[in-house]
Design a binder for this molecule. Structure first.
Ligand SMILES: [Zn+2]
Length: 144
């Protein structure tokens, strides 16, 4: 991906290229439509079974962030302020960080649809801390 395209505001949550939990081994799987492929156990399928993911057990509050194609829980999610903070993939995560860090937020694009607890200036430090934790999680597998 070029610098140019990565700086454009995202219009929607990425669907192709989403990072999700593998329904077989719970490790990182990547959506490459029309399939999802696991980076660890090698599962490749266009019809994965429902995920029984550790994410649902680990994190208490709020609905699990899950990809729209397969309903698999996103790899990048964390409990934050009693909600679940999630990103579909590192590109989406970087977008959220840029959007929330900006002094003057663009009034178009994906960020305008974010829930209030994410965009509230009162909670912003906590949300940014949560996003930083997700960034470290993403970085831990970026060698792929
Ligand atoms: Zn797997």
């Amino acid at each position: 991906m070029s610098e140019h395209s990565s700086n454009k505001p995202l219009q929607e949550v990425p669907v192709d290229g989403a990072w999700v939990h593998c329904p077989a081994c719970d490790e990182l799987a990547i959506v490459a439509l029309p399939r999802v492929t696991c980076t660890t156990c090698g599962l490749t399928t266009d019809d994965p079974p429902p995920a029984e993911s550790s994410v649902a057990r680990m994190l208490g509050a709020g609905p699990v962030g899950a990809d729209r194609t397969f309903g698999l829980p996103y790899w990048l999610q964390i409990s934050c302020l009693g909600h679940r903070l999630w990103a579909a993939n590192p590109e989406h995560l970087a977008y959220l960080q840029r959007f929330l860090s900006a002094d003057h937020r663009p009034n178009r694009g994906l960020g305008t649809g974010l829930p209030h607890w994410i965009t509230s200036s009162k909670y912003r430090p906590y949300v940014l801390r949560g996003l930083a934790a997700l960034e470290r999680r993403a970085a831990s597998v970026q060698h792929l």
